[in-house]
Design a protein around this ligand. Structure first.
Ligand code: NAD
Ligand code: UPG
Length: 473
């Protein structure tokens, strides 16, 4: 089939490349000329594992092209996927739909009769209905709108697109549903389930899914705070709770909390939309989810301050990680970068390392120092902070870092390094959610207290963060 993908950022570039990969003829469209030129030359403008190979194949085959012209897009065919950004509004209240509106307005005059626009961007419920009216007003009375929300995760975007857990088709007609079944036929044939519904339900499925994921993370982070107060270990708690198949172990990794271009802005936009619909109280709990999440950044800053001796001025802090998650170069609302910037504001000398995100981090936070290698970031450090759980950091040899740092003190704010390995190497190890807990086995075996684990927290266990942490990180 011939289709266009409008907006070729983290979502759209992957969607375009994957659609070409499964055999469609694809035209990607973006207003960003530099991004479009890179994609047209077969170069991915951001880091996403597996994308480069698909782009190379797609552009070489001629099935994947890119343009900045919405006119060309309108004439290209009758199917258009809308993948433009829907960021948080500057006033913090709801989603900014300017890009969605501009793309629809720009496309409308060029659409061929009967064209189908399929939204993939994450939008407030009711957007498809509003855009349908907008299309009519813009002179495209025969165009149709559907919503097909996207659930891919950055860092896994290619596999999530080619092998999604499910597809959701929100359509107003059997015709539109059939078009979507045809587009995704290779995936459906390979066993990917799909749910066909109306546009409002499809829009809400996306908001509900992200709200649930955010809730799961904040739930375990709330448990981490309780664990810290009680001398318990949140990693063991998550392991044990997660064995219950009704709960599941995934998204129970306690630590610095969630960030990125999706979960934080989506739960806020959902609250704003629910309030507009007169059902604000139904999702009022999302304000608490947000607050618990932001509190982890403050707790991390506070704990780092205490580990640095109670004073940050002049202290050297090595920060491992700037991206909001591993396997991504995205620093949008990155908890790691927020913590690094806060420590810098408080007077620390902060040097940041990230395997992929340094360029984006430097553009967002030029005031910080950056190092191309972990050992350079750690030179002379009073505290090393582990803030993004890249595999590279899990493979670090603490013995190799010990001679470089000023003091061997580690704050593992992602709970993914092995405390035994670091403490055996002479490091003081601290982590949110197991501040006072005795060492536990790190294997996947059912977590039993180790026979030789001390009954009481070790006397030099790191200090607890105070419950009312300072202002936001
Ligand atoms: N990033 C993800 O992992 C992901 C996953 C699922 C859903 N989403 C949703 O997808 C949407 C896009 O997110 P993203 O992360 O790709 O954002 P992004 O900022 O990386 O990409 C958006 C792109 O749209 C382009 N654009 C803006 N206005 C345009 C217009 N009028 N015409 C053509 N192009 C235009 C921008 O130049 C940019 O390249 C958002 O609604 C987001 O919530 C994102
Ligand atoms: O147990 C966990 C899992 C994740 N995170 C953090 O949560 C954030 C989001 O992670 P993840 O959901 O894996 O990344 P995204 O790429 O933002 O994907 C989310 O947002 C996308 C955009 O809406 C959706 O498509 C995906 O389904 C949804 O998982 C990151 O900062 C992670 O570090 C945790 O703190 N603990």
């Amino acid at each position: 089939m011939k289709l266009t993908v409008i907006g070729t950022g983290y979502l759209g570039a992957v969607h375009a490349a994957c659609m070409a990969e499964i055999g469609h003829e694809v035209l990607g469209v973006d207003i960003d000329e530099a991004k479009t030129a890179a994609l047209a030359a077969g170069r991915t403008p951001f880091y996403e594992p597996g994308l480069q190979e698909l782009l190379t194949r797609g552009t070489a085959s001629g099935r994947l092209r890119f343009t900045t012209s919405l006119r060309e897009a309108g004439r290209f065919g009758g199917l258009h996927f809308l993948c433009v950004g829907t960021p948080q509004r500057p006033d913090g209240l709801g989603a900014d739909l300017r890009h969605v509106d501009a793309a629809v307005d720009g496309l409308a005059p060029h659409l061929i009769p009967g064209a189908l626009i399929v939204g993939k961007s994450t939008v407030p419920v009711g957007t498809a209905e509003r855009l349908t009216a907008r299309l009519r007003a813009a002179g495209a009375p025969e165009a149709h709108l559907a919503w097909n929300p996207e659930f891919l995760r950055e860092g896994h975007a290619v596999m999530d697109t080619l092998r999604p857990d499910r597809l959701v088709f929100g359509t107003g007609s059997r015709l539109a549903e059939n078009v979507l079944r045809e587009v995704y036929a290779p995936l459906i044939r390979s066993g990917v389930p799909y749910v066909a519904t109306d546009t409002a339900t499809a829009e809400l499925v996306k908001m509900a899914a992200n709200s649930f994921l955010a809730t799961k993370i904040s739930f375990i982070n709330a448990m981490a705070e309780v664990c810290d107060a009680a001398g318990a270990d949140v990693t063991v708690l998550a392991h044990a709770v997660g064995y219950d198949h009704r709960i599941g172990r995934s998204f129970l990794n306690a630590g610095l909390g969630f960030g990125g271009g999706c979960l934080p802005k989506d739960i806020r936009a959902f609250r704003a939309r629910a309030a507009e619909l007169g059902v604000g109280p139904a999702v009022a709990f999302l304000a608490e989810i947000d607050e618990i999440n932001l509190r982890q950044r403050r707790r991390t800053v506070e704990l780092a301050t205490r580990l640095a001796g109670g004073e940050l001025t002049g202290r050297r802090i090595a920060v491992l990680g700037a991206a909001f998650k591993p396997e991504s170069d995205d620093v949008r609302d990155s908890p790691a970068l927020a913590v690094a910037a806060r420590l810098h504001r408080e007077g620390a000398v902060v040097r940041v390392h990230d395997p992929q995100a340094v360029d984006n981090a430097r553009a967002a936070c030029p005031q910080l120092d950056y190092a191309a290698r972990v050992d350079k970031a750690c030179e002379g450090a009073d505290v090393v902070l582990h803030l993004t759980d890249w595999a590279e950091y899990r493979a670090l040899d603490p013995d190799a870092l010990t001679p470089l740092v000023c003091r061997p003190v580690l704050l593992d704010a992602r709970n993914s390094l092995d405390p035994d390995v670091w403490t055996r190497a002479g490091w003081r190890y601290a982590a949110l959610g197991r501040l006072g807990a005795p060492a536990q086995p790190s294997s996947d075996t059912p977590a039993q207290p180790s026979p030789d684990a001390p009954d009481q927290p070790s006397p030099d266990a790191p200090v607890q963060p105070s419950p009312d942490a300072p202002a936001s990180a």
